[in-house]
Design a protein around this ligand. Sequence first.
Ligand code: NCD
Length: 420
Amino acid sequence: MLLIKNGRVVDPVTCVDEVMDVLIDGTHIEEVGHNLSAADAEVIDAAGLVVAPGLVDTHVHFRDPGQTYKEDILTGAAAAAKGGFTTVVCMANTKPTVDNVETLKYVQEKGEKTGIHVLQAAAISKGLKGQEMVDMDALAEAGAAGFTDDGIPIMDEKLLLAAMEKARDLDMPISLHEEDPLFVKQAGVNQGRISEQLNYGGASRTAEDVMVARDCMLALHTGAPVCIQHISSANSVEIVRMAKKMGADVHAEATPHHFTLTEDAVLKYGTLARMNPPVRTENDRLKIIEGLQDGTIDLIVTDHAPHSAEEKAKPLAEAPSGITGLETSLGLGLLSLVEPGHLTLMQLMACMSKNPAEFYRMIPGSVTQDAPADLVIFGEKEHWTVDHFASKASNSPFKGWELPGKIHYTICAGKIVYQD
Ligand SMILES: NC(=O)N[C@@H](CC(=O)O)C(=O)O
């Protein structure tokens, strides 16, 4: 038994925000209340700390199978636990692609050995080629968490329409990477002031906007549960807001880098600030925050995209896009959203656990009796410096930053999976 004493329970499911004790027996929460005691329990003194449901990240790349020099399922899960996450959904752009039941099962089986909940999304198209649909029925049956060609936009509207109709029938989420190559001269950097200064082609926000507009209307037409992945453009936020008003079951993700950084980061951090879609202007950043405030954007995800130091040492035009994100996500959420008063801590916890869990058809974590003992314990205003990573990769522009939200414990299924 594990007894967490005097923590501030912040639960986005019940909306409880109160100092209480939490008693864990086995894999589940036995009791939540005041002055709890248990003779033989291990005690965690959580006075001054927040006790919240384990964080849920529904957009990570663990590179396994195929690119395990960047990350593997075990190191990815260790990075997740260090970042306060107890559940992750891996994207399908592995080698081979998760477009078949065998590869899906490989991830699921390896994931079971990690101590956290590792779920896997399946691709929408075979080999992410955008030409032939996967067997969505078989992959759903085998336990895929959802469907996505993340990393690559789906240009074939007919294929996407069929996939959305199938996702609707299966009641499963379908998530979309929105960047029309027609408007991407060179990927990873916003097309604008900084790209011009660097004489780099850049990626226009129109690349995202045209696809978001199309896919919001397809979502409305089909009734499928659709997620706009890593939204980056102010216009796209407005389009999602409008589509939601029209009744589309459309959702959107924001990443910590998109609500923290602007295109100027490329000058300072070089390839470490290269990502798809790129970080853009202060106006885009502020509109993303507004989207989080009014619920237009309901999911915060990391897009944890580990790459090796050698890969990121290449010139801007050749380095791969993406940054490692699991270990800095909570800190950046607190720094960029809660500290300036844009979101309450409760709202942040909803975006980082309840909402992503619900969109992916899981029962959201809650600090209540009989709920699974998946918890994170952190000091909301306790600062720490980003230095070493549990991830194999350290491709982060946030290295050296001082962030709030030091994590003391991550507990999954009643077991301590991270402690500091
Ligand atoms: N975001 C990125 O820049 N890269 C991701 C792909 C993705 O999530 O789009 C990756 O797999 O490296």
